[in-house]
Design a protein around this ligand. Structure first.
Ligand SMILES: Cc1cc2nc3c(=O)[nH]c(=O)nc-3n(C[C@H](O)[C@H](O)[C@H](O)COP(=O)(O)OP(=O)(O)OC[C@H]3O[C@@H](n4cnc5c(N)ncnc54)[C@H](O)[C@@H]3O)c2cc1C
Length: 508
């Protein structure tokens, strides 16, 4: 294979290379270590670990799945300060996990993976960091994440807005809020967390809403010292709490994916929640979704509606036509003068892979392999890309429960793939095209019943061609079960090409 770099370059070799150090990459590293595998490296493009929880620190940022479930099953934290922890606390938890499981020495920060090329002759991957070949690995795991490329809306004049303009995921804490007129574009998961915080400080907040979200009460509360001590001394009690939260979120998952009519109950709850805070009938109308609950992410919040009921918070639903100077002008001609503009407009999911130079067997690029649409086998392996796995890959998202649960299921599957290689003394393991196609045909057929396709909304879950390539169309426990074992008839094993060279220690 033509690699384009000097043939006498000696690159350090690892048994496993992981890209990314969010919940996925870090969890993979910890589980490798816990299974006795020490020969691995974690490459992280940022100067610190933490993924989502390093990037997102806007006021009010936190998880919307209770933290006893939104955390690693193997690393319970009895000391969460509240049921829905804030961003900083989750980030600290991830940092603590890196120390507690002693994986920090495997971590290379400021190391952006720009590509990976399959080397057929040696049955291993050459990994490019910052554009250059930096190491080789017997197996690669992509923990690139899906929600970390901020997407700005396509609005004429937006980039010339006269004043600070940023995305919720790029919050600039140096910009003062007091006395400012702030505009927020979007009413998704991040916006509904930040708007109430802005309302407390800014002179005026204008919320530009395209589609109203379904918002339900957030059963949040502080966790008392007594409870923390109980969880620390009797871990079973926290496990029971985790189990209870899991059962509830799984129930919602079953309704979303199989019995959308059941979601009417949740809709009644959401409407009741809104009417308790909003008295104005016109505002109520503007805030009532016209699609089924669950079609877009269900958002728990106790302070979003009260914030919108304030006199200094305006809801604008006319749609933005353009931005001129410091004015946002709607399609009906209303002008809003603003000092600061915040975009809570989500992430460019498909961009995650499009700029990566990933080349599998025969030099095929991942973009080429995915020209008909992004798909993987069980969300994890891709035909033509041996000895490789994706975490948080296609159709592994969940509309109701903890993403960390899905990630852990995948991590277990990767360990099974590695175990299969060892048990069969094989050099390569690669999913067959047939298995991948059958799985995805089944998955998309299953998808037809879900509220994401039947609920009457257009969400970021769907690609431009209307296909849901992001979420798993079933209960998360089913996904977990399907990843417990590697089915050998879905894979092809190849011989060991060359004995792996001893690892050469060089500073990366
Ligand atoms: C504001 C916000 C709130 C959320 N709340 C919840 C919630 O309550 N519940 C829930 O289930 N999910 C939630 N999510 C989804 C969340 O992203 C996942 O739960 C989870 O954190 C994903 O972990 P990850 O490791 O797959 O991805 P990430 O956390 O995005 O981590 C990916 C890591 O890979 C690094 N990386 C990317 N590309 C490269 C590269 N080329 N080379 C090297 N490193 C690279 C990134 O810098 C990052 O550190 C939320 C997301 C956001 C944005």
């Amino acid at each position: 294979m033509e690699t384009g770099w000097a043939s006498d370059t000696v690159l350090p070799h690892y048994r496993v290379a992981i890209a990314g150090s969010g919940f996925a990459g870090l969890g993979m590293a910890i589980e490798l270590k816990r299974s006795g595998i020490e020969d691995f490296i974690v490459l992280e493009r940022a100067p610190a670990l933490g993924g989502t929880w390093r990037e997102n620190h806007y006021p009010g940022c936190g998880c919307d799945v209770p933290t006893p479930l939104y955390s690693y099953s193997f690393a319970p934290n009895p000391y969460w300060s509240r049921l829905y922890a804030r961003s900083e606390e989750i980030r600290t938890y991830l940092e603590d996990c890196a120390d507690r499981f002693d994986v920090r020495s495997h971590l290379r920060l400021d190391a952006e993976v720009t590509g990976a090329h399959w080397d057929e002759e040696n049955a291993r991957w050459t990994i490019l960091v910052g554009g250059d070949p930096a190491l080789t690995a017997g197996f690669v795991v992509g923990g690139f994440g899906a929600l970390n490329r901020p997407e700005y809306p396509d609005i004429p004049g937006l980039e010339d807005f006269r004043g600070p303009l940023y995305h919720t995921a790029q919050w600039d804490h140096s910009v003062p809020l007091a006395g400012r007129r702030v505009g927020v574009i979007g009413t998704g998961a991040s916006s509904i967390q930040v708007i109430p915080q802005l309302a407390k400080q800014a002179e005026q907040v204008t919320v530009f809403q395209r589609t109203p979200p379904w918002v339900v009460p957030k059963l949040d509360r502080r966790i008392s010292r007594f409870e923390q001590r109980l969880y620390a001394r009797v871990p079973l009690t926290q496990k029971l709490l985790r189990g209870l939260i899991f059962t509830i979120t799984e129930g919602v998952g079953v309704a979303i994916t199989r019995y959308p009519w059941m979601l009417k109950l949740g809709e009644a709850w959401g409407r009741w929640h809104m009417r308790r805070a909003i008295r104005d009938p016109e505002l109520q109308r503007q805030l009532t979704p016209n699609y089924r609950l669950g079609c877009k992410r269900i958002l728990p919040s106790n302070d979003f509606y009260p914030a919108l009921a304030r006199k200094d918070v305006k809801l604008e639903t006319d749609g933005i036509a353009r931005v001129e100077g410091n004015r946002v002008i709607t399609r009906t001609g209303t002008e809003h003068e603003l000092d600061l503009l915040v975009c809570g407009t989500g992430f460019a999911i498909e961009e995650v892979f499009s700029h990566l130079d990933l080349r599998g067997r025969g030099g095929i690029s991942l973009t080429e392999a995915w020209k008909k649409g992004i798909e993987a086998h069980r969300g994890t392996t891709v035909a033509g890309f041996p000895n490789a796995a994706l975490l948080s890959g296609p159709n592994t998202g969940t509309g109701s429960t903890s993403q960390v649960y899905m990630i852990e299921a995948q991590i277990h599957y990767v360990l099974e793939l590695l175990r299969t290689l060892e048990e069969h003394r094989a050099g390569t393991i690669e999913v067959t095209e047939r298995a991948q196609a059958d799985y995805n045909a089944w998955l998309q057929q299953r998808m037809q019943r879900t509220v994401w396709l039947t609920g009457g909304c257009k969400s970021w879950y769907l690609s431009d061609d209307g296909v849901n390539r992001t979420l798993y169309p079933g209960p998360s426990s089913e996904f977990w079960r399907s990843l417990r074992r590697v089915k050998l008839d879905e894979y092809e094993l190849g011989p060991v090409r060359k004995p792996e060279p001893d690892r050469i220690e060089v500073a990366a």
